[in-house]
Design a protein around this ligand. Sequence first.
Ligand SMILES: [Fe+2]
Length: 173
Amino acid sequence: MQEFLNAERRGTVLASLRTDEGTLSRDYLAAARSVLRELVAMPDLVRALPLERKPGGYTRNLLAGDDSVSVWAIVWAAGATTCIHDHHCSCCFGVVSGTVTETWYRAIDAQRAIATEQHDRQAGYVACMLPSGPNIHRMRNLGTEDAISIHIYGFDHEAHESSIETQYVAVEG
Ligand SMILES: [Fe+2]
């Protein structure tokens, strides 16, 4: 599964994300941002990878992973949308190409959330969020072309299915 990046690049990415302080630490987040900045600056390399695509949906392609982090390329077809969710781990992402629209939500109870902000994340955008901070969001591709983003999560892909902790239903504010 981890054949998208060659072994050397994969090793470099994982080595730069390795930390004694854990994947919530400031040093780790700085390293994740720096890896993302590097990858979003190489859109041709990422676009040339044989990434899986799904009409109308999104696909997750594992680029690198070990027992503490996983790095994914997500291809967002036109119309693709995630559920409204929060995360059980740190979640950093960068947009390689296209635009991903991110809507933020505020939980009003354990299942329901109200949209608070919406932003178009363009190619080059990099951000990190922590499970301890506001981190309920939904991501969509509202455009007509594919978008590609890279996500670095503080979870072991062999231990967790995804970064999602809880799914919410949107209610009007
Ligand atoms: Fe997310």
